[in-house]
Design a protein around this ligand. Structure first.
Ligand code: PLP
Length: 393
């Protein structure tokens, strides 16, 4: 059976070029970068080269601003907890209602430790309410966390503007941006912003799972959450994961070179998928109609049909998609992002995220748009909402 992989916001295939680049660092180039002999110099230099590439990918001023981590969640934890450790008596922190659980659940933990948290809302398009933010930032605000792009809808958030608003009200408030779903899809240019910290994750742009990075603006202080050796400027102890760091450097360079392709071809295919579904399936509606969306993502609600049921049937056709972020799929709770957008209950439980990559082919999209109308009709026939679905039966 053919497989059509449209779940690239959950994770991506490792680019074969990335695999090839990593292999020598498992086999002959395995020296500990902290040792003093030649074999160690090789891995030490490989890390420096990867750090340069990742710094360019962020649009950072210097590779000294980059710390390698194990994933996007670790980058977020390091940024948030590491910042707050040094913020003394300031106990107010702000984020949005639509963040990934790696931020939301960290904030929940911090609430238990006495932090006062505020969550900014979004409108029905998934766009942020920046006026709400303006009213919340005060002299007690230690940190504002905001994502660059939403994992479920692809909506792009104006993090540059957010950082400006925050700094204008309180220049000491730190701003962390979770750019996990923006990296490789839209250009990052962090040096021209007032952002202090930005996190990314390799497996979302064709590097392996298990490697991430955190940008820390020069002069910004955080305390380490993993203590031990002096690695990563003593901010993240532990012998460096050389093959994965090299892989991430390579993937970052490839992703940067492919940004135009993402913005043109991947977007064309995404639009083709969207139009193919919306024009041929009467109960389909687009969640988040904002123009500011990453090029690879669409989130479509199928009214009165259960999303998990659609996913199971898509799976039988070899189509991989998701009903929310990878961490929440598997639960029947409707997505917190769609709830925050006040998505009507009729499609809240029946929303599917399709996310493409530069490896997606036009015939993949055609296969989905050809097979889905019949599938939805079949599911409509067994839905308890026969009256509501009578127009598509
Ligand atoms: N932030 C966002 C927006 C994400 O979509 C994800 C993963 O889906 C993460 C953070 C967590 O990344 P990781 O799986 O590398 O920990």
């Amino acid at each position: 059976m053919r497989t059509v992989y449209l779940d690239n916001n959950a994770t991506t295939m490792v680019d074969p070029i990335v695999v090839e680049t990593m292999l020598p660092y498992f086999k002959e180039k395995y020296g500990n970068p902290s040792s003093i002999y030649e074999m160690a110099h090789i891995t030490h230099d490989a890390i420096s080269e990867a750090r340069e590439k990742v710094a360019n990918f962020f649009g950072a001023n210097s590779s000294k601003e980059i710390i390698f981590t194990s994933c996007g969640s670790e980058s977020a934890n390091m940024a948030i907890r590491g910042t707050l450790d040094l913020c003394g008596t300031k106990k107010h922190i702000i984020t949005t209602k639509v963040e990934h659980p790696c931020v939301l659940n960290t904030y929940k933990e911090l609430e238990k430790k006495g932090y006062k948290t505020d969550y900014i809302g979004v409108d029905d398009n998934g766009e942020l309410n920046l006026d709400e933010l303006k009213n919340l930032v005060s002299k007690d605000t230690a940190l504002v966390s905001i994502m660059a792009a939403n994992n479920e809808t692809g909506a792009i958030y104006p993090y540059e503007k957010t950082a400006e608003i925050v700094k204008e009200i309180n220049p000491d408030t730190k701003v962390f941006v979770d750019a996990v779903q923006a990296a490789g899809k839209i250009k990052l240019d962090v040096k021209n912003t007032k952002v202090d910290l930005m996190g990314i994750s390799g497996h979302k742009f064709h590097a392996p799972k298990g490697i991430g990075a955190l940008y820390i603006k020069s002069g910004t202080m955080i305390s380490p959450i993993i203590t031990g050796g002096h690695q990563e400027r003593a901010l993240r102890a532990g012998t460096e994961n050389v093959p994965y760091i090299v892989g991430m450097g390579c993937a970052a360079e490839l992703a940067q070179n492919n940004l135009d392709y993402e913005g043109n071809e991947v977007k064309r295919l995404r639009n083709m998928l969207e139009e193919g579904i919306l024009s041929n399936i009467k109960n389909a509606r687009l969640n988040s109609r904002t123009k500011l969306r990453v090029p690879n993502t669409t989130n479509i609600g199928f009214e009165y049909i259960e999303g998990e049921l659609i996913l199971l049937h898509l799976d039988e056709l070899g189509i991989c998609a998701s009903s929310g972020s990878a961490c929440t799929s598997g639960s029947l709770e409707p997505s917190h992002v769609l709830r925050a957008m006040k998505t009507p209950f009729t499609s809240l439980h029946g929303s599917i995220r399709f996310s493409l990559s530069r490896f997606t082919k036009e015939e993949d999209i055609k296969y989905v748009t050809d097979t889905m109308p019949a599938l939805i009709k079949k599911l409509a026939k067994i839905s308890p909402f026969q009256k509501e679905l009578s127009n598509i039966l």
